[in-house]
Design a binder for this molecule. Structure first.
Ligand code: HEC
Ligand code: HEC
Length: 317
């Protein structure tokens, strides 16, 4: 009779049996140790892969939902939204707001819930609510992707010098000192004073000016103090080949202002553009970029003088 093929598996010698048994056991141990040793790097690679994809998804959500206010590069827009891609944001912000948790949690919570309206806020509009839990449009995983994306700016932001930091002071959150050597000076970041102005590292605190009866601020000063200069160039003319960003250039505003809205003369148009920017939005621009709260920040007299100055063809600088 022919022997079946598995006949070769039949081992007669007891010594060979012991030998094979021991070798099998050793092999099993070696394989287990090998599996253990690659498990950690393997998990790490998986995690990096997941994080990388999360940042990518976050980037897309960011460009569609956030870039209008926080800027495509996350460096904020004057008077519209604060910078997130900022050294200040990654080193000092949660200290100034007195947040006990991590920055990650702060970002996640802010995106999820938004910032409900505040009295006398410096920003044109409030930070919207994004999570579905609180009435926003996004799912939890999308909020997490956005959080990963914002946190992904950290490495680059930490290399910013104080001059490069796009940080705009939060008028409601003066810089608080930290323990040890982590003062804003040591961190190389600007600090924010109680009056909402920023101080470069190493600069002496300004001597308080004695309160005197102050009159209306001159238009030149208003144009800078209100942040108009951050969005509008006075020296350049707005033409088809030279379209100002984020706001129109103003060099030729005296000639163009009475042609924008039928029935509005130049003075009325510029006045309305300042107190109610979204009533008329220039072609090529989107509404909601120019802050809508200038009426609360300047007196009627100041606004009138600003309008007259902007429309003066021989505008004194
Ligand atoms: C309509 C403009 C607007 C849009 C759109 C917007 N934000 Fe904001 N965001 C703000 C304003 C204004 C603040 C500051 C609110 C305050 O402190 O009063 C802010 C604050 C934040 C903060 C906290 C910053 C800090 O230092 O306290 C984060 C994080 C943030 N936004 C992320 C996002 C993300 C992510 C998106 C997109 C899903 C987004 N924002 C869309 C206006 C906007
Ligand atoms: C965050 C950017 C931003 C700031 C700050 C800002 N503007 Fe504007 N402004 C815009 C944009 C964008 C437009 C075009 C959209 C529109 O017509 O509303 C505009 C339009 C205007 C116009 C109409 C210009 C034209 O050619 O028709 C005037 C006038 C104006 N702004 C004045 C001001 C003044 C004065 C200030 C400061 C008190 C100011 N803006 C601050 C962004 C800004």
């Amino acid at each position: 009779m022919r022997k079946p093929w598995y006949h070769i598996l039949y081992i007669r010698s007891p010594l060979a049996k012991i030998f094979l048994g021991v070798a099998g056991a050793i092999l099993a141990v070696v394989l287990t140790i090998f599996q253990f040793s690659i498990e950690e790097p393997r998990m790490k690679a998986q995690e990096d892969n997941w994080n990388g994809r999360s940042v990518e998804k976050g980037a897309e959500l960011y460009y569609n939902n956030c870039a209008n206010c926080h800027g495509a590069d996350g460096k904020g827009l004057p008077n519209v939204a604060p910078a997130l891609h900022s050294k200040y944001f990654f080193t000092q912000r949660i200290v100034d707001v007195g947040w006990a948790g991590s920055l990650y949690d702060f970002v996640e919570l802010t995106i999820a819930s938004g910032r409900p309206s505040k009295v006398g806020t410096q920003w044109a509009q409030m930070m919207p609510t994004w999570s579905r839990h609180y009435g926003g449009p996004l799912r939890d995983d999308q909020v997490l992707h956005l959080t990963s994306f914002v946190m992904n700016w950290e490495a680059d932001a930490l290399t910013q010098t104080a001059e490069e930091d796009p940080f705009q002071c939060f008028r409601n959150a003066p810089t608080k000192a930290r323990e040890g050597d982590k003062s804003p000076d040591a961190l190389g970041i600007k600090s924010c004073l109680a009056d909402g102005t920023a101080l470069m590292p190493g600069a002496p605190p300004p001597t308080p000016t004695p309160a005197v009866a102050t009159g209306p601020r001159p238009p030149q000063q208003l144009f800078t103090a209100m942040g108009c200069a951050g969005c509008h160039q006075l020296a350049q003319a707005q033409t088809e080949d030279n379209i100002g960003q984020p706001g129109p250039h103003m060099g030729n505003l005296p000639e163009t202002a009475d042609q924008r809205v039928p029935g509005e003369d130049a003075t009325t148009y510029v006045y309305n553009s300042i107190v109610n920017p979204n009533a008329f939005v220039n072609a090529g621009y989107v509404g909601g970029i120019m802050p809508g709260n200038f009426k609360d920040q300047m007196s009627e007299e100041e606004i009138d003088s600003l309008v007259a100055w902007l429309l003066d063809p021989n505008r004194p600088q």
